[in-house]
Write a protein that binds this ligand. Structure first.
Ligand SMILES: [Zn+2]
Ligand SMILES: [Zn+2]
Ligand SMILES: [Zn+2]
Length: 124
C-alpha cells in the first residue's frame, strides 16, 4: 500500500515538473489512468499542504494547480495567474506583487487572476 502510494505521488510530481502550465484535476486524472480519482485528490491535498504545489481558481470556477518554485512548507508567493483566452493555457506570472491592505488586516490566501492573450498567441 505504501509503495503504491509513493509511486502515485511520484507520478503526480513528475507531471507537475514536466508541465509548465497550470493543471486541472480532470487533466491529471486523464493523464494518470493507473490511479483512481480519490488517490489523486488526496495527493493534491498533501502537496498543497507541503508547499509543493499551489492552487488558483479561474474566473469560471475551475481549479488549477501549479508547481511551487521556492516554497518550503509555508507558501510564500503573491503573483498573478494568467489565462490565455486563445490557447486556454494558464501560467504563473513569476513576479511577486506587493499587495497593499489596510493596517491590522492579514492575508491568508490570494487568488490573483488575469485573462488575456499570451505571448505565443500574440505572435501568430
Ligand atoms: Zn507555494
Ligand atoms: Zn495563448
Ligand atoms: Zn502560481
Amino acid at each position: 500500500m505504501l509503495k503504491r502510494n509513493t509511486k502515485s505521488k511520484q507520478a503526480v510530481l513528475e507531471l507537475f515538473i514536466s508541465h509548465q502550465y497550470g493543471i486541472k484535476p480532470d487533466e491529471l486524472i486523464a493523464q494518470l489512468p493507473d490511479f483512481d480519482k480519490v488517490t489523486i485528490y488526496r495527493i493534491l491535498n498533501s502537496f498543497l499542504e507541503d508547499g509543493i504545489i499551489h492552487k488558483a481558481v479561474s474566473d469560471d470556477g475551475s481549479s488549477y494547480y501549479f508547481i511551487c518554485k521556492s516554497c518550503k512548507e509555508v507558501h510564500y508567493h503573491s503573483h498573478y495567474h494568467f489565462k490565455c483566452s486563445k490557447c486556454q493555457k494558464v501560467e504563473c506570472i513569476e513576479k511577486e506583487i506587493e499587495i497593499i491592505i489596510p493596517q491590522n488586516y492579514s492575508i491568508e490566501n490570494t487568488n490573483l487572476w488575469i485573462t488575456g492573450i499570451c505571448e505565443k498567441c500574440n505572435k501568430h
